[in-house]
Design a protein around this ligand. Structure first.
Ligand SMILES: [Zn+2]
Length: 80
């Protein structure tokens, strides 16, 4: 399940959410659906904290910039 990062156009809050099917994300702060989707490369990098998790890392490019990212705000990651 991909995790996307959104930025609320109303209150400018950044948040991440799982997106599946026709699910329409809402801002957790103000319930707005006026959102801008950010290209979060960090959402696909599973941190190796435990065992038994999904450790399928197929995107080799993501490991270049977002290795130490806190995954809450990847706007400054060096992608592009
Ligand atoms: Zn909001």
């Amino acid at each position: 399940m991909p995790i996307y990062e959104y930025k609320c156009n109303d209150c400018k809050k950044n948040f991440e959410t799982l997106v599946m099917g026709n699910f329409k994300p809402q801002c957790p702060a103000c319930d707005s659906q006026d959102l801008a989707r950010l290209m979060s490369t960090c959402g696909f990098v599973s941190k190796s904290t435990g065992a038994g998790g999904e450790s399928q890392v197929t995107t080799s490019a993501a490991s270049s910039g977002c290795g130490s990212c806190a995954s809450t705000n990847c706007g400054s990651c060096g992608m592009g």
